[in-house]
Ligand binder design. Structure first.
Ligand SMILES: [Zn+2]
Ligand SMILES: [Zn+2]
Length: 293
């Protein structure tokens, strides 16, 4: 192969590995098909228990606690080991790179339910597959500038941004080489639950449920969504107080993600008291950088 050909091939690989919402959407569809197929495999219950554990790791530790409460809102101070754990869980769970996800989510708070909001509730009145597909969020992957501003060019985040889908492919492919059931129930099924639930959650909690706060957006609290998404369904509480790491305000608003934050704070010797509802305007949320809890 000519040097130009080698260069072109390398360029394609570099491009292929980069995170993007379209590719996340493709993974969402592919794992969704595999998750339906998994229902017909007839495997014993420990494999389903593994899928549930995987769902806890990718969706709760990665997506809800790590990407949302920590990276996007900086609602608590986490030690370095927890930052690494959040990044690994969210990356392998295929929800996107922390940089891209944070940019997208902060835009959601800034433009909730109007032009510029990457989420779909204001565009789709019904929960069609398109409304729930994260690939339709129309947001570009995190930029190098955002990487510097939000993460101070943290080498771990630079690595994840550069090799995102390479990391996912090595992990999922490695599981497949060991045992197809490990691939299916340790990755594909829980990743499908994580991505479809994230899409459903982002749509439904701006459409259905009750409100504790008269916020300017259409956010709502939806109990069944919270049950399925580790507390993320108490979304009106979250929009009213985006810097609180616990979404619970009334006694029945059960928030498992907050229990994980509490455990991390206890383990790291930072106490486990509930964050006072400190509020924070969307503009302040957008401007927040690393360590500015
Ligand atoms: Zn948020
Ligand atoms: Zn929202």
């Amino acid at each position: 192969m000519s040097p130009a050909g080698v260069h072109g091939l390398r360029g394609r690989w570099v491009e292929w590995m980069r995170p993007s919402v379209r590719k996340v959407g493709a993974v969402q569809v592919a794992t969704g098909v595999l998750a339906v197929g998994a229902l017909f495999t007839g495997v014993s219950w420990p494999w389903w228990a593994l899928a549930f554990l995987g769902y806890f790791f990718y969706a709760c530790v990665g997506h809800s606690v790590g990407y949302h409460r920590y990276f996007a809102h900086r609602s608590f101070r986490a030690p370095r080991w927890a930052e690494v754990l959040f990044t690994v869980a969210g990356t392998l769970g295929c929800v996107g790179s922390p940089v891209g996800w944070v940019q997208m989510h902060r835009r959601h708070h800034l433009y909730s339910d109007r032009e510029g909001d990457p989420y779909t509730a204001h565009r789709y009145p019904h929960p069609t597959p398109r409304a729930l597909l994260m690939g339709g969020y129309g947001s570009e992957p995190g930029s190098a500038r955002a990487l510097r501003r939000m993460f101070r060019a943290d080498p771990l985040q630079v690595f994840v941004m550069r090799y995102y889908f390479g990391i996912v492919a090595v992990f999922a492919g490695g599981l497949l080489l060991v045992d197809w059931r490990l691939f299916l129930f340790g990755w594909a099924v829980p990743v499908a639950w994580t991505l479809w639930m994230a899409g459903l959650d982002a749509w439904a909690t701006h459409r259905h449920g009750y409100r504790n706060h008269d916020t300017p957006d259409g956010s709502r609290n939806l109990w069944w969504c919270s049950l399925l998404s580790w507390g993320e369904g108490w979304h009106n509480n979250h929009h009213a107080n985006p810097r609180a790491w616990s979404y619970r305000e009334r006694w029945w608003e059960w928030d498992p993600g907050a229990a994980v934050v509490w455990a991390i704070l206890r383990l790291s010797g930072r106490g486990g008291r509930r964050d006072p509802a400190s509020g924070g305007t969307p503009a302040a949320v957008m401007a927040r950088g690393p360590g500015q809890a």
